[in-house]
Design a protein around this ligand. Structure first.
Ligand code: FES
Length: 578
């Protein structure tokens, strides 16, 4: 048995099943032999679980079965035994009411699948928005040697001779159609041109944000976040991951070795520099919660002071993930950030963040810009507080309009998304560009699952006048591909009794992003008298997972995990099955 020299030799988990000569060992091995494995694969070699979210209904992950074969090559090569297994898959564009509702279900699936099976290390294969975060949450609660292999972004979308970006251009085209500047025929043609290869959204959406941040956390190989899904480099990264996970098992380097407070700080800073999705905030808080790491919403604001937007990638910039990758990828961002990062933080590649940074090369200076001459000065996450959101709300300044970061205007309140859809394009709606659109009933408990509707499309009549942005406030999330001056994740959500539920149409809302405040200009006495329809009319589902979710989900400021899933239970299973 090969073990790290500084470790006390211990029997691998897999040997507790395959290494015994009794009835239990017979049962564990015999059925596995039905797959054609020779006798000697049960000789004590590391058993690597390949936890795969492949699915044809998760198009962004639909090539992960093929990529898993490359991981297996690397595992076999290094003397391990790769065993691939499926877990729930969450297709962002396909699931209703929202894939986020099921992130915690996936996390439970992953956690129990890893713990219950005789594996020594895990490769998490995911990509589409909620898959990798859910997988990492579950794996963190078991804490075996683990690494992430991501789907990789799609190739750039193409439409009429120009590049178009997933999601980001959908929102723009939708506004163009509503404003009468794009025909229905053109809209349909763009639909086909946008997704022209397999992989995740090729803007800096939630999937690419998390995959990039995984490099900064130290749990994915360099370039994992950016290499396109369909190029040979993605296959080489997968092959190399297979090699490295065997090494991690041999050296007994578990997830908690990499996922330290310093790793999260690196991740938060890199997330700011790449203009990452607001969804990453929720996911990182949830993963930290599984490991007992003291990470708060305020860390996302405090740690990103002075970190500008360095990558010129949609929705905050101009280019797409393909350019970011060939410009130098996340290692290029490490290099630009330099001393801002904890350079000695280890990664699953065997190299520290500084060692990766030192090897980085940057080829297109207008794609990965410098600290001195960034794409935008304002990046990161603004955390707001006020009488609308006592537990916090967030904004993404890099995707907002600078002139709206200080704004005062009358609220136009929508009780839920159906109310919004029914009224927003009414020609008689009392709305101007100064109005603040307020949406509630869209938090984790209320919707349920906290959908990506916070970037409410603007009223058709204002779009036709050329209005491009308005202040919007909600307890919802927004897609990482979206943009605008949008206040999100209002906590507590209205359905959980948050004061967002007390706002009335016509109330004056004051946003001051610089002062980190958002308030409604109503006295505490008046608010006290008001009712909260979102909370008063709420009844949880009567059964099933949705009931479990609605009765135990935490708010966005702590990661929207289920309250009983925080922390971990380790990897020990004391009892045999027969
Ligand atoms: Fe799957 Fe964007 S919809 S990554």
């Amino acid at each position: 048995m090969v073990l790290g020299s500084d470790k006390i030799p211990k029997v691998r988990r897999s040997q507790g099943a395959y290494g015994k000569n009794d009835k239990d060992g017979f049962i564990h091995r015999s059925w596995m032999k039905a797959q054609g494995f020779p006798e000697d694969v049960f000789d004590g070699r590391p058993v690597i679980g390949i936890c795969n979210t492949w699915s044809e209904i998760t198009p962004c992950n639909s090539h992960l079965r093929e990529l898993a074969e490359f991981v297996k090559r690397g595992v076999w090569e290094m003397g391990g035994l790769p065993l691939e297994f499926p877990v729930s898959s969450l297709g962002e564009t396909q699931m209703r009411p929202t894939a986020m509702l099921f992130r915690n279900l996936l996390a439970m699936d992953v956690e129990e699948s890893i713990r219950a099976n005789p594996i020594d290390g895990v490769v998490l294969m995911g990509g589409c928005d909620k898959t990798s975060p859910g997988q990492l949450m579950g794996a963190a609660s078991v804490d075996l040697p683990t690494m992430i292999v991501s789907s990789g972004p799609m190739l750039n979308g193409k439409f009429r001779g120009r590049d178009i970006g997933s999601g980001t251009d959908v929102w723009k085209f939708d506004a163009e159609v509503k404003a009468g500047r794009m025909t229905q025929e053109e809209f349909m043609a763009a639909e086909t041109g946008m997704s022209r290869s397999r992989g995740v959204c090729m803007t800096m959406g939630s999937a690419s944000s998390f995959a990039s941040v995984a490099e900064a956390l130290g749990v994915a190989l360099p370039m994992n976040g950016t290499a396109p899904g369909v190029v040979a480099e993605r296959q080489r990264i997968s092959h190399q991951a297979g090699r490295e996970i065997v090494r991690l098992v041999k050296e007994d380097l578990c997830l908690s070795h990499f996922l330290t407070r310093e790793a999260f700080e690196n991740a938060i800073k890199v997330h700011a520099a790449i203009g990452g999705s607001t969804n990453t905030v929720i996911h990182l808080l949830a993963v930290a919660g599984r490991l007992g790491i003291d990470l708060t919403l305020d860390d996302f604001d405090a740690l990103t002071q002075g970190i500008p937007l360095l990558t010129n990638v949609q929705p905050s910039g101009k280019y797409l993930m393909e350019e970011f990758h060939y410009a130098g990828g996340v290692p290029g961002v490490f290099s630009r950030l330099g001393e801002h990062l904890h350079g000695d933080a280890p990664t699953v590649s065997g190299r520290s963040i500084k060692e990766i940074s030192d090897r980085a090369e940057i080829y297109m200076g207008d794609v990965i810009c410098t600290l001195e001459d960034p794409v935008k000065k304002d990046a990161g996450t603004i955390v707001l507080r006020g009488n609308i959101c006592p537990d916090g709300a967030i904004m993404k300044p890099s995707a907002a309009s600078p002139e709206l970061l200080q704004h005062t205007g009358p609220a136009l309140v929508f009780e839920d998304i159906e109310d919004y859809k029914a009224r927003i394009d009414d020609p008689d709606l009392d709305v101007t560009k100064d109005t603040v659109l307020v949406l509630r009933g869209c938090g984790p408990r209320g919707y349920p699952g906290m959908p990506e509707v916070g970037n409410m499309a603007l009223p058709q009549k204002l779009l036709a006048q050329g209005v491009e942005d308005m202040v919007r406030v909600s307890d919802a999330r927004m897609s990482g591909t979206a943009f605008g001056t949008v206040v999100l994740h209002v906590c507590p959500e209205a359905t959980a009794g948050g004061p967002l539920g007390l706002v009335r149409t016509g109330d004056i809302v004051k946003l001051d992003a610089k002062a980190r405040t958002i308030n409604v200009d109503v006295t505490p006495e008046e608010l006290e008298k008001r009712t909260n329809p979102a909370m008063d009319n709420f009844t949880p589902e009567s059964r099933g997972y949705v009931r479990l979710y609605q009765t135990t989900v935490e708010q966005a400021d702590t990661g929207c995990d289920l309250d009983f899933l925080k922390g971990g239970s380790g990897s020990d299973v004391k009892r045999e099955s027969h």
